[in-house]
Design a protein around this ligand. Sequence first.
Ligand code: COA
Length: 251
Amino acid sequence: MTEHVVIEDTGSVRLIRLDRPDKLNALTSAMYDALREALAEADGSEAIGAVVFSGAPGAFSSGNDLSDFVEASRHPFENSPALHFIRQLARTRTPMVAAVDGVAVGIGATLTLHCDLVYASPAARFRMPFVELGLVPEAGSSYLLPRRIGLQRATEILLFSEPYDADEAVRLGLVNAVIPADLLLDHALTKAGRLAALPKGPMQATRALIRGDQAALEAAVETEAVAFETRLRSPEAQTAFAAFLNRSRKT
Ligand code: COA
């Protein structure tokens, strides 16, 4: 249990709101556990027809908590709440919608690749700085991103850790629309309501068809996890984590 993930069910829509604004919604192990449980429960429930992910004003999520990465590198990655969440995310059958305001870094960005609909405020800033941190991409992003936007642009985003904003995300086809911040959540909830109102059988069958090769996605998640574990323990990653954490201490 953590107070940093708030679940609110309204009708057939489940809102999963990240609520750790002082750390820009950096995800801890407890938060990953809560997210996984919330998704698994939604998938098992007849009452829930769609899920919305949202964050705090100006912070969708700054990604994995970097002090948690230091701790995670001391344990088998196979047991990590992050990996269990990612596996659940990749196999979730309930349609998912993201409402992204502000920073969406690391898993904060890769999570949105799994969402059926993504809406972003003009202040949204996406970034996948895995290489910069001595890591490799996760959450199936090495599989999903090049297939979505082409290898050339995916290379800039994944190798150079290039950020992209909301307008660019729309151009790339990674975001459906840019919505003013004060209307963003309502917009996402309304779209989720429409998804939830669709007849479940044809909706889920169509969703599976348009998303493509589920087995390949799940295989990519596992391949990434093996490389990720090696990279987590590498001197490059440990140095990058220490640099961020020491910077935080100094400021
Ligand atoms: N893990 C742990 N703490 C984090 C965090 C993370 N991923 N991201 C932000 N925070 C914390 C900061 O340490 C700071 O805490 P403090 O006030 O106790 O010092 C607080 O959140 C605000 O962050 P700050 O860096 O001051 O905000 P900013 O607006 O200047 O910068 C970011 C925002 C997102 C650019 C910057 O926080 C950042 O680069 N975070 C790391 C992102 C990352 O690498 N995530 C992992 C991806 S795999």
